[in-house]
Ligand binder design. Structure first.
Ligand code: NAD
Ligand code: DAU
Length: 339
């Protein structure tokens, strides 16, 4: 039996990870530490709140006192850091909180790991640390040795955190791994990100705002496949190693939006080209050879099956989405636990 600290578990990917892993590994205990920022949603964790191998703690990864106290109490074997400010557009408006959470928060967690001892610290990173690839070179992919070349304050903060993790490994022998995944989609994604945002807008016959020419390419991975990759790395990966995660599902933004419109029986005339994102990365594409050959990872969804499942989930979970859109989800703690 092992005890896992999962930070940022009330968010999109961390929440999916906890849903899957609390059931897949009932012998293990999962403790979620989450500050419940605008992106943290207790309604996402509602289905697992009653499980005996799950505990939720509200707290900030930058808060050394809370983090150290939790480590003392729980004696973690593994730490998986999902907690982050994750939205590129918000990082363009206000970079500071990205530096504080994504860099300082990571260092506080790793200091706790050094102080109390752990089997492994895992950093959930992103393919955005590699910058972007040209659209007219489909032969090029990000590998684990592609140089870091960031574009946004978000990706710069994630790359800084990665460098810090590698430094703690080399200087302090902290046992650690890093995963760099491509764009995720699936259940419980906050509707500020492309896919859930466009589904919601299409359902209401509102205009779908596509940045620039819409030809920017992302490499889409169904969230459950990302979570399985992280579980494999944490349990079987090699210390000090970086693993890219991606399933070769490149689509332009226009292709993604058109797929959504077609699936919902809506007209392409809803597409509206708007001002481009500053510093907008052109193309992401992952070479997943290392995780496939070393750890036997394989995605179970391709874009066609994943987007179908995701659209269905969004259609069936309009209550979850409407609580996010209205801000009602932020009252969950008060409603369920009182002040
Ligand atoms: P998200 O924004 O949906 O969730 C982030 C969670 O972290 C929220 O629950 C939030 O409350 C929590 N959080 C934020 N600041 C915190 C703090 N200071 N202390 C404690 N908790 C805090 O993000 P996501 O999309 O689920 O991404 C999770 C991780 O995966 C991030 O590290 C992100 O960089 C990485 N990632 C995301 C994608 C993607 O496509 N979404 C792809 C690759 C990697
Ligand atoms: O690649 C991994 C990254 O993917 C993660 O590290 C980030 O946390 C995650 O947010 C995501 O970043 P992107 O910027 O690629 O995702 P986003 O959903 O914001 O945008 C996807 C593409 O769609 C991007 O090219 C910008 C475009 N877009 C986005 C929005 C919100 C639009 O054209 N219109 C929009 O309204």
């Amino acid at each position: 039996m092992s005890t896992f600290l999962v930070t940022g578990g009330a968010g999109f990917i961390g929440g999916n990870f906890l849903h899957i892993m609390t059931k897949k590994h009932p012998e293990d205990r999962y403790v979620c530490l989450d500050a419940l920022t605008y992106a943290g949603n207790m309604e996402t964790l509602e289905p697992i709140m009653g499980l005996s191998n799950f505990r939720f703690v509200k707290g900030d990864i930058r808060d050394r006192e809370i983090v150290y106290k939790l480590f003392e109490e729980e004696k973690f074997d593994y730490v998986i850091n999902f907690a982050a400010e994750s939205h590129v557009d918000r990082s363009i408006v206000n970079p500071t909180i990205f530096l504080e959470t994504n860099i300082i928060g990571t260092s506080v967690l790793m200091d706790a790991c050094r102080k109390y001892g752990i089997k492994r610290y895992h950093q959930v990173s992103t393919d955005e640390v590699y910058g972007d690839l040209p659209i007219d070179r489909p032969d090029l992919f990000f590998t684990e040795t592609t140089p870091l070349h960031t574009s946004s304050p978000y990706s710069a903060s994630k790359a800084s955190a990665d460098l810090l993790v590698l430094a703690y490994h080399r200087t302090f022998n902290l046992p650690c791994t890093i995963s760099r995944c491509s764009n995720n989609y699936g259940p419980y994604q906050f509707p500020e990100k492309l896919i859930p945002l466009m589904i919601q807008k299409a359902l209401r016959n509102e205009k779908l705002p596509v940045y620039g020419d819409g030809k920017n390419v992302r490499d889409w991975l169904y969230v459950g496949d990302h979570c399985e990759g992280i579980d494999l790395i944490v349990r079987n990966g090699r210390d000090g190693e970086i693993y890219n995660i991606g399933g070769h599902n490149e689509r332009s933004n226009l292709e993604v939006v058109t797929t959504i419109l077609n699936a919902l029986g809506k007209d392409d005339s809803l597409i509206e080209h708007v001002k481009d994102r500053a510093g907008h990365d052109r193309r992401y594409a992952i070479d997943p050879t290392k995780i496939e050959t070393e750890l036997g990872w394989k995605p179970t969804y391709n874009f066609d099956t994943g987007i179908k499942t995701t659209i269905e989930w969004n259609l069936q979970n309009q209550e979850w989405l409407s609580h996010v859109e209205s801000g009602e989800y932020q009252n969950w703690m008060k409603k369920h636990y009182g002040e």
